[in-house]
Structures are given as C-alpha cells and as structure tokens.
Design a protein around this ligand. Structure first.
Ligand SMILES: C[S@@+](CC[C@H](N)C(=O)[O-])C[C@H]1O[C@@H](n2cnc3c(N)ncnc32)[C@H](O)[C@@H]1O
Length: 231
C-alpha cells in the first residue's frame, strides 16, 4: 500500500462522499439530459475563458458547490465573469441547473465530478478566484488525507491562480478550521487578507451564503471566512 504523503494530490483522487441521493423527478432528469451537456466543461482540452466563453473574461472556480447557491449568485452578481463549478453529487448538480435555468445564467459551466480533474486542465496563472466553501470535514485524524485542504490540492490552486487572485475558504467545523490554518500557515505563495480580529468571523461582502453555512447557523455554529491573495 502506498503511504500517504502530504502534498500529493493523488491522495484525494478517490471521491469518498455520496454521488446520488433521492431519485430525480421528470423535470430534473430533463435538466440533466438537456441542459447539463450544453454547459459541461470539456475534459479533453485546456479549460480557459476563451475556450469556454469566447473571450478573456475573469475566471472563477468553485470546488464542491453543493446545490449551487453561492456559485449561481456570484455568477448573477458578475455577469461579465465566467464561472466553473465542480460537484460530484448528482442531486446538487440538479439544484445548480435549476438556478442556472431560472436566472437565465449564461456565464456558468459545470463539471459533475472531481474538481481536481478540471483544475489540472486549467492553464497556470489564469484563475481570478477559487472557492472552497464548507468542504467535507472528514473529522477523524485517520481520514485527514481525504480533506480537500491538503498541500497537493493547494499546490494546484496556487499554480492556477493569477498573481493577485483570491482563494476563499469557509467552514463551521473546528477540526477543519485548525487543520486549514495549519496548512495555509505553511504556504509561502498566499497572503491572508485579514484586516482585524473580526474579519474572519463576519461574512465578507460579495460572499453569498451557502446551504451548509445556513444549516450551520441554524445549529448555532460559528462560521469562519478566509480570503487569501496569491502573491
Ligand atoms: C459539505 S458539502 C458543502 C457544499 C457547499 N459548498 C455548501 O457550502 O453548501 C461539500 C461538497 O463537496 C463535494 N466534494 C467533495 N469532494 C469533492 C471534490 N474532490 N471535487 C468536487 N466536489 C467535491 C461534496 O460532494 C459535497 O457536495
């Protein structure tokens, strides 16, 4: 068996979460069969704004968008920017497709699968924003290698962000918070955008609430928000 090596992106090539929940209704199946193929990210070519949108617009990348609340609200706020969202959970993808259809969004592309498979096809230093919001916590220490916040995936994020680009991370999970702070404190290519003790406890502007964040708040959890600038 290969030993876990911190920094190896292959350690989370295996997807551990669930891929499908309840059966889809007829209208949802139609979205998956008709809309999803039209807006899916190609997996056999470089992934860039000119290829996806035909111009040089700023490109945003969301890892594990859940049901797409944050992705689609950001896309609605910034209609001249391009958005790529990755999520392996079918019912979540359907949620995003519904938002895309209802809000007539033409600036969103989706990948139903592992974000790493798309991230590696993005040319270096071309992303303006990367979002990792409420990633699966994998709270047991022996599952730490499954967390998306590990040096391997963060190497890729750093490689793909433009200098001055932003990596946003949010969680309400204490173990993940500590882990993420440990990982990010070891990174030399990011500057933490923290302008006071409250700045990581209050949701910054232009950061729509996600479904998991709302759920955490309902349970009375604190939520922590981090913005890192690529140097
Ligand atoms: C706890 S949920 C949070 C969803 C959403 N970001 C939110 O805040 O509501 C984490 C999501 O990440 C997805 N996920 C896990 N590993 C992933 C990967 N390697 N690439 C893309 N998505 C992933 C899971 O399927 C799950 O939907």
């Amino acid at each position: 068996m290969t030993a876990y090596k911190s920094g190896d992106p292959t350690t989370i090539r295996q997807l551990y979460g669930r891929r499908q929940g309840h059966a889809l209704r007829e209208g949802q199946v139609e979205l998956v069969e008709n809309l999803l193929p039209q807006i899916s990210v190609p997996t056999d070519s470089p992934v860039s704004s000119p290829i996806l949108f035909g111009d040089d617009r700023p490109l945003h990348f969301e890892i594990g968008f859940g049901a797409g609340e944050h992705l689609t609200q950001r896309a609605d706020m910034l209609p001249d920017h391009g958005f790529i969202g990755c999520e392996p959970y079918l019912n979540g993808v359907v949620g995003a497709l519904q938002h895309i259809r209802d809000n007539v969004l033409s600036n969103v592309r989706l990948h139903m699968g592992n974000a790493l498979d798309i991230l590696e096809h993005i040319p270096d230093e071309t992303l303006s924003f990367v979002y990792l919001l409420h990633p699966d916590p994998w709270p047991k220490a022996r599952h730490a290698k499954r967390r998306f916040m590990n040096h391997g995936p963060v190497d890729l994020i750093a490689q793909k962000l433009k200098p001055g680009g932003e990596f946003r991370f949010g969680t309400d999970h204490e173990t993940y918070l500590e882990w993420a702070c440990m990982i990010m404190s070891q990174r030399k290519e990011f500057e933490w955008l923290c302008d006071g003790p409250q700045s990581w406890m209050i949701r910054p502007g232009g950061w729509p609430e996600t479904r998991y964040e709302a759920k955490a708040r309902r349970k009375g959890h604190e939520v922590w928000y981090f913005r890192y600038r690529k140097i």
